[in-house]
Design a protein around this ligand. Sequence first.
Ligand SMILES: [Zn+2]
Length: 265
Amino acid sequence: MNRWFSCCCGELGYVQCSELNDSSVIQGFSNQKAGNMALHTGESLERVMANHRRFLRCLGLEDYPLIAGYQVHGTRVALVDGSYPGKSVMDVADLIPETDGLITREPGLALAVFMADCMPIFFYDPRTPAIGIAHAGWRGTLHEISRITLEAMVEAFGTNPADCRIGLGPAICGKCFQVGDELADIFNEKYPDAVRREDNGTFVDLAAVNTMILQQAGVPQSAIVQSNICTICHSEPFFSYRATKTTGRMMGVIALRGGCHVVST
Ligand SMILES: [Zn+2]
């Protein structure tokens, strides 16, 4: 059974992790047909905001403030609490500085990450309930943004990793992510099972690395759901920075249902 599946909403498409779907959570990852979601790539703000609204409306998140970080391939995780309601990303200036992970237990807030080839990681603790989302490229993966985001939930909410369900979203796959010798050696030292040496080069499977990290942090393997969807070689239309040097980015978003926060304009 494929535990990630494609959805469409008119022309627009997205994928969802079925393991995270329940009455408390809304989540999804946009595809290229939903348009560019990034605020920092020079496309007109009106166009990007229209793409945000269209995608969020499909998910039923149109009234949820959108909270996101200015991603720097780092490991800083922001706790999004009651001080955020009423704020929403309308411009680069509204992004939380130097932040690649977001967590909250506040209903009615949409936490978002933006990427093209990097991996969106969706966290759901149904017992608390609480959620998180992280942007994990190879740097973030190597510096364990997945573990750090989970541990931020443990510290802030008392989350038990054994309760969590985690979705590893579409990203560059282990057949496409070719690395140089230096990076191969670094990954090989810590995660040899995720490194594959072929005649034409060395390849790293970021989903496998993040799965190992999360398992070591206490999440059951059965609760970690890889999408097996590659932004380069999968037939689904995704933006890929590596393949096309695109300026487009997709959005991964997750929210706890409910709340009544009004977006200020
Ligand atoms: Zn691939």
